[in-house]
Design a binder for this molecule. Structure first.
Ligand code: NDP
Length: 355
């Protein structure tokens, strides 16, 4: 027999833990399925200086451990387990953790067909849990390139959030990999502190919107190296140099560098939700918060007296989503936490109304 819950929260970053905190205080006794490595992206960071109220900053892992402890203090049940499949076709929703005994998970290559086949196998088992409502908060992770030195210097000069880390690079020389809106935004954020910001763009043009591209191209502190890819990051304890390659000429160049920011997109952790709730073209979960055209359309379909009902609800009635799995724009701990709060409040109202 599957265990039954009023609300299951899948994921454990700032959005998941904040949703859990609000749901426990609403006496919904949430179950949080936190993943095997709980805490999300902030577990891989060092000092977080933009968390409101922490005047001296707070270490990312400490912040997440505290968020978890606070949710547990009010009674949230948090399990460090990975959700392997869901079925949202009817309520109560079904959630599976674990794999069938004969599944060979270690040989998965990330191929979507293989993942789909494995999920079908998981669904042949008895579901582990049932839930009246679900909050998806599985997050997204920044894409990296796997060039030599990148992992070694991650958090020591290699970074993925310029908005968070730009103030550490006052009067320094930094590089930004990527040519989209996020790369330009990161570049401009860095110009407020660094002396020189060089964008490494693999094509001969920027993908960013025209207005954003112009801002980068006209900024006196910004240089752009076209057709250029990062090949290696080197240093001692922190990043000191990078090597780049021109993908047209094959020519290699070495530069002194204090920091390298990756802004080449994110991967939302939404594979198990494909076919269960609407996803956008990039795989982000669509909610009525209207982050994308699909979100706006969903919001318009659920407007009552000029107000969007349950803004954090997905295309499936009773399934909500919060944090970086929805938000490809702001991607901040504080915005994710805020959305987790919104989702828990929406769940509370939804359950109250549908009881
Ligand atoms: P995008 O997919 O728009 O851009 C990714 C960039 O990274 C592209 O320039 C791409 O190059 C480059 N890239 C991808 N892979 C590699 C690689 N292996 N090596 C080198 N470069 C690589 O992602 P963003 O994160 O910039 O934006 C995501 C979405 O969010 C977009 O819709 C964007 O418009 C939106 N956004 C809007 C903002 C705003 O309006 N202020 C701010 C931030 C994001 P290539 O062009 O060659 O593919």
């Amino acid at each position: 027999m599957s265990q039954s819950h009023k609300v299951i929260i899948i994921g454990s970053g700032p959005s998941g833990y904040t949703a859990a905190l609000y749901a426990t205080r609403a006496e919904l006794a949430p179950l949080v399925l936190a993943g095997e490595k709980s805490g999300g992206q902030l577990m891989n960071t060092t000092l977080v200086e933009n968390w409101p109220g922490e005047v001296e900053g707070v270490q990312g892992p400490e912040l997440m451990i505290n968020m978890r402890a606070q949710a547990e203090k009010f009674g949230a049940q948090i399990l460090d387990t990975f959700v392997t499949a869901v079925d949202f076709s009817s309520r109560p929703f079904k959630v599976w953790t674990g794999f069938p005994e004969n599944a060979v998970v270690s040989e998965l290559t990330g191929n979507p067909d293989e993942i789909r086949a494995l999920i079908s196998q998981v669904k042949l088992m008895e579901p582990t849990y049932e839930a009246e409502t679900v909050i998806i908060s599985t997050g997204a992770y920044a894409k990296m390139l796997d060039v030599p030195g990148e992992k070694q210097f991650f958090g020591r000069g290699v970074a993925t959030c310029a908005v968070c880390d730009a103030p550490f690079y006052r009067s320094k020389k930094v590089f930004v990999v990527g040519g989209g809106d996020a790369a330009v935004e990161d570049t401009l954020a860095l110009t407020r502190f660094a002396d020189e910001v060089t964008m490494l763009v693999r094509k001969d043009h920027l993908r960013a919107s025209k207005i954003m591209a112009r801002r980068a191209q006209e900024h006196p502190k910004v240089k752009i190296l076209w057709n250029t890819e990062i090949a290696e990051v080197t240093g001692d304890k922190v990043v000191q140099q990078i090597r780049v390659t021109n993908n047209q000429t094959g020519e290699s160049q070495q530069f002194q560098a204090d920091g390298v920011f990756y802004a080449i997109g994110h991967n939302p952790m939404s594979q198990i939700f494909a076919g269960e709730v609407e996803l956008d073209e990039q795989g982000y979960v669509v909610t009525r918060l209207g982050y994308s055209q699909k979100g706006l359309e969903l919001a318009q379909q659920h407007t009552v007296a000029g107000l969007v009902q349950y803004p954090t609800m997905t295309s499936k009635e009773g399934v909500f989503a919060a944090g970086d799995i929805v938000d490809f724009r702001y991607r901040q701990a504080v915005t994710a936490a805020a959305m987790g709060c919104q989702a828990a409040l929406d769940v509370e109202r939804f359950l109250h109304t549908s009881e």
